[in-house]
Design a protein around this ligand. Structure first.
Ligand SMILES: [Zn+2]
Length: 332
């Protein structure tokens, strides 16, 4: 182990997660700002990792996990990436400066809704169009889903309109991904387009979980596909799989009531990611829940592809296979 890692490890054991978070119960309401609270379900647990003896936390609602350094990272550093040395250093310096989460950081949120036209504050911009290209998406597709670009000024303006704190906003550019149910704006997700890892998202305060692509699947008497995220939804849609959607929040927040939205579907499939077997095993329960809620059969891309969008973009046979899955056993 390198010197800096030993040092980091000591930091991780020297500070108490319970003291820093102010959470005393075994399971609490998640204190992270990126956690989307539709109701204040206790989903955040603190435990001692048996292998290392280090205090750790895990939220089965938003799916994030980590140790005392990571909790500060996710709470205070926008776009925090737990494997980025600069992010870890920034979190550690906050720890050493005596930072503790204030009780207001994790006060149960009152239910708010987003104004339906909020997404219009983020028109599509060049940087997001460029980023979309790298993910195989055309500007027309982005436009069709109401995707836009948030820069510092527009983001601050939107947060001020909502009466939310805007002091954390930096010069980053985000792709904005709105989710609508029956015309109500459920969520705007902000994806940092400079972050290398996928899945680095912040939710606009006041967001609630939903289904991205809701109108593609609601009450449709066609085969439907549920995929893992917004970008895969758009990639499949652009290639002619119209009836596709993705939950916008972690498995813990998939609503059993959504089942009724897809009750007319003639077939339902869930397409998962090819994570390493260890991660796949960990996610098994999550996939079971997803399949249970949607009454769906689970499929994975061929092993050499990590996720469905990578597969579709690099293998010309992918769309045929997905269509076969969709129409398996369906009488036309
Ligand atoms: Zn959470």
């Amino acid at each position: 182990m390198s010197d800096s890692l030993t040092w980091l490890r000591r930091i991780r054991t020297n500070y108490s997660l319970r003291t820093i978070t102010g959470l005393t119960r075994k399971v609490s309401v998640c204190p992270l700002p990126s956690h989307v609270h539709s109701n204040n379900t206790a989903s955040f647990s603190i435990f001692i990792d048996r292998e290392t003896g280090v205090e750790k936390w895990h939220c089965f609602g938003c799916g994030l996990r980590g140790d005392v350094v990571d909790i500060i990272g996710y709470a205070k550093i926008p776009g925090y990436d737990p494997i980025k040395a600069e992010h870890i250093k920034a979190a550690v310096s906050l720890l050493r400066a005596g930072y503790e989460m204030s009780p207001t950081d994790h006060k149960p949120q009152t239910k708010k809704t987003l104004p339906p036209d909020l997404y219009r504050m983020f028109p599509l911009g060049d940087k997001v169009i460029e980023y979309g290209k790298t993910r195989g998406l055309t500007a027309d597709t982005l436009e069709a889903f109401g995707v836009g670009q948030a820069d510092k000024n527009t983001l601050v303006a939107a947060l001020e309109r909502l009466g939310e704190n805007a002091s954390w906003v930096t010069n980053r550019t985000y792709m904005t991904l709105p989710t609508f149910h029956f015309g109500a704006l459920m969520m705007i997700k902000l994806r940092d387009i400079s972050a290398r890892s996928k899945g680095r998202f912040i939710a606009m305060p006041g967001s609630a979980p939903g289904l991205f692509g809701f109108s593609n699947i609601y009450n449709k008497s066609f085969p439907i596909a549920i995929v893992k995220g917004e970008i895969p939804v758009m990639v499949l849609w652009q290639r002619g799989i119209e009836h596709v959607a993705a939950p916008t929040a972690g498995e813990g927040m998939i609503d059993e009531k959504w089942k009724v939205f897809v009750s007319y579907a003639t077939n339902r499939i869930v397409i998962g990611d090819n994570d390493p077997q260890k991660v796949k095993d960990k996610l098994a329960a999550a996939y079971v829940k997803r399949c249970h809620v949607f009454g769906a059969k689970l499929h994975f891309p061929p092993e050499e592809h990590h996720d469905v969008d990578d597969w579709v973009l690099s293998d010309p046979r992918a769309m045929d296979t997905i269509r076969q899955w969709l129409y398996e056993g369906v009488h036309l």
